[in-house]
Design a protein around this ligand. Structure first.
Ligand code: SF4
Ligand code: SF4
Length: 77
């Protein structure tokens, strides 16, 4: 299973990752970071296919995706 890490201190709550995730497993949390923004969260990490679209689209480089050497099929949904 891929590992997804969202650095909440970098997040500006733009929601781009929420709309970009093909598995629709990212949502906005009710938590507010130090900048005063609601942060993105991964609510169903076990469904992640490791495509890295969220990490690529994030303008603030707040998301890291680690695949641990496993091959995942893109867009099988
Ligand atoms: S794309 Fe980046 S900055 Fe925007 S909500 Fe997602 S994690 Fe936050
Ligand atoms: S790596 Fe792909 S499936 Fe996983 S959270 Fe990011 S956009 Fe969604």
């Amino acid at each position: 299973m891929p590992g997804i890490k969202i650095d909440k201190s970098y997040c500006k709550g733009c929601e781009l990752c929420v709309f970009a995730c093909p598995m629709q497993i990212i949502s906005m949390s009710k938590e507010i970071n130090l900048k005063g923004f609601y942060c993105a969260q991964v609510h169903e990490p076990t469904k992640c296919i490791g495509c890295r679209i969220c990490a690529i689209i994030c303008p603030d480089v707040a998301i890291e995706v680690h695949n641990y050497g496993t091959q995942f099929t893109l867009f099988e949904y």
